[in-house]
Design a protein around this ligand. Sequence first.
Ligand code: NI
Length: 200
Amino acid sequence: MACGGSRTAFQSKNILCGLCELCVRSSSPRDMIRPILKYGDSVLHEKARAVDAITPDIDRLVNDMIETMYAAPGVGLAAPQVGEPLRIFVVDISIGRDPNGLMVLVNPEFLERDGVQLEDEGCLSVPGFNATVVRPLRAVIKALDREGHERQLEADGLLARAFQHEMDHLEGTLFVDRLRGIKRDLIVRKIRKLSRAGKW
Ligand code: NI
């Protein structure tokens, strides 16, 4: 089913954007925007397992992840963030603006990483917080696409950062875990406080 609105990124990929009125109306109950788990939920802090085969269930999960990422909106989403401990993530650093921006990576592995970049980073599972995280500047990843074909992807800058952030999710690591000392303690303390108040 194609996006019925004006979202070219979705139209070209023949999927629902889940955001425009036509897509919301024509969306089947199977195409879902899923709740995003937050820091502290055990699935987020565990290592995800490899996908054995691209089954219809996996395909549906990927559709849900794409819809959930765009609805958030975010530039990336990993399967553990929607409660599925599987090695899958979706990324679109253009958030739907670039028709070729959407990437689905299944069982990704790093082939190369080099350089250093220091930028502010956030996460849909840690809403309201961000911090400077040190990451390699460039990354080369091998992964299956959603059809099960092996692909090699090379990225630098923001895309390399997004790849590494999402790869971390598959290892049960959030950006908060990459921080040290006071910065990390401050965020963790604030999250605990919000949790206790029932606001997390
Ligand atoms: Ni994240």
